[in-house]
Write a protein that binds this ligand. Structure first.
Ligand code: ZN
Ligand code: ZN
Length: 330
């Protein structure tokens, strides 16, 4: 099969992914073999390819928002030809103290798709049968792919931030995840305040119904109940914190941050304000979000790349040059 392989992490401008022929994955017990129909591009892929996340194994195939068709290992629940989604959380041990507490997103021995096992920048992929999600027929391949990480983890971020219906919620930076979260917030009748760099991202936020849109350094005109940050930047976290009311929460939807700058506790955190990270996802997050996405007719805005253009897709994500989400069709 054709696949995009990462031999050694490098800045994406140097095109570290090699598009080449490799052996098809071999079907294993408890797994399904998928023909990849589409694979979303996530900022985490960029962190893996550029080495901000340390390599787990050589020759990695990135990609963890896979829409695949079952071509092997079918079961009664997942028949041959079924269309399923594969996410970042590719498996857990089911036995550690976190799994037993229902916190499988924090599992001590997780498997991550496109990081510790091969992902979806390829024509075929292998996935654990108990970690794939049947996709509603109303979601086509291209629009389903970005829901599988950007959507699900964005949804989890809203849960971690404790968003209640009708609240004022800030979204700091407006990429693939935020442009899906805004639709969920609207379904919950929240007012959404967007601070983001890039004129086209600001336009998109406005067209999707944000109450207020400003640049990344601009402070929303109202105190926020909750804020979610999506940029890999500690400065953005502090900007979000500075816009909260007492008791408000900032949820950081980023697997990697450049740093957290020193900040004034008395002014910014006192008053029971909270900063929380958002780590991975649970299968319940995936099921709940995909059901909600189908119910509210969630449509992501997508830009399509071929597998041969995998490096270009990552460059575009890095430069914030994609409105909505990038999707690779192998
Ligand atoms: Zn992701
Ligand atoms: Zn576990």
């Amino acid at each position: 099969m054709k696949a995009a392989i990462l031999t050694s992490p490098q800045p994406v401008a140097q095109r570290p992914l090699k598009i080449t022929e490799v052996a098809d994955p071999e079907l294993k017990a408890g797994h399904v073999l998928l023909r990849v129909r589409a694979c979303g591009v996530c900022r985490t892929d960029l962190h893996i390819v550029e080495g901000e996340l340390p390599p787990r194994r050589p020759g990695m195939i990135p990609g963890h928002q896979i829409v695949g068709e079952v071509v092997g290992g079918a079961t009664a629940e997942i028949p041959l030809g079924a269309r399923v989604g594969v996410c970042w959380l590719g498996g857990t041990d089911g036995t550690c103290s976190y799994c037993l507490r229902g916190l499988e997103n924090l599992c001590d021995s997780p498997t991550f798709t496109g990081y510790s096992v091969a992902g979806g920048y390829a024509q075929h992929a292998l996935a654990r049968a108990d970690f794939v999600f049947p996709l509603p027929a109303s979601l086509d391949d291209l629009h389903a792919a970005p829901l599988l990480c950007a959507g699900i983890i964005g949804f989890r971020s809203l849960r971690v931030a404790g968003v209640m219906p009708g609240e004022r919620v800030g979204l700091f930076s407006f990429g693939a995840s935020a442009h899906l979260a805004i639709a969920v917030l609207q379904a919950w009748k929240c007012d959404v305040y967007v601070s983001t760099r890039g004129e086209s991202h600001r336009k998109l936020a406005g067209s999707l119904g944000a109450t207020w849109v400003g640049s990344e350094t601009e402070k929303p005109p109202m105190e926020l109940d909750r804020a979610i940050t999506f940029a890999p930047s500690g400065d953005v976290v502090i900007a979000a914190l500075a816009s909260l009311r007492k008791g408000g929460v900032v949820a950081i939807n980023a697997i990697h941050l450049d740093r957290i700058p020193q900040f004034d506790y008395d002014r910014l955190l006192w008053g029971e304000r909270q900063i929380r990270s958002v780590a991975n996802m649970t299968r319940a997050d995936a099921r709940d979000f995909l059901a909600l996405a189908a119910q509210i007719g969630l449509r992501s805005k997508v830009t399509v790349f071929s597998l041969d253009q995998a490096n270009e897709a990552l460059i575009a994500v890095k430069n914030d040059a994609v409105d909505g989400a990038a999707v690779i069709v192998p």
